[in-house]
Design a protein around this ligand. Sequence first.
Ligand code: ZN
Length: 162
Amino acid sequence: MKKKEENIRKALEKVMDPEIPIISVIDLGIISSVNVSERDKAEIKMTPTFLGCPALELMKSQIKAAVEALGYLEVDVQIDRSITWNSNMISEEGKTKLENFGLGRPEPLKGTLNMDMVSYAKCPYCKSDDTVLKSPFGSALCRSIHFCNQCQSSFERFKPVE
Ligand SMILES: [Zn+2]
């Protein structure tokens, strides 16, 4: 990767998800391309994450601000709808961060999303998978609420999405 693009990606590692302020847009895997044109115009493409998560416009403006802070006068952040984001695109580091935040890690998607995948969750506190789905919708549409029978705590997690 070229130096300029690399620097932009580094800067984006500091742009956090507005709802989960410990995970960056890079960890989430939503930056699909970074490109600097010959006349130093920065073009960033991001995939929309969860349908129903209202943070998209906010993230877009934060990404723009972070790149402008590097000195780029022209920054174009586009929503790339040609790629569908899914929870598999979250980096390993990102998944661990989610867990540390008290959110269950999204299980890798295999095949078509089904109810078993939505209801299966590992407890972020004690790592038990003796958990039950309490509600398919948490504080945000993209999260579900689970209860751990092992340590008796409830937790939210990102639903696996396709
Ligand atoms: Zn537990």
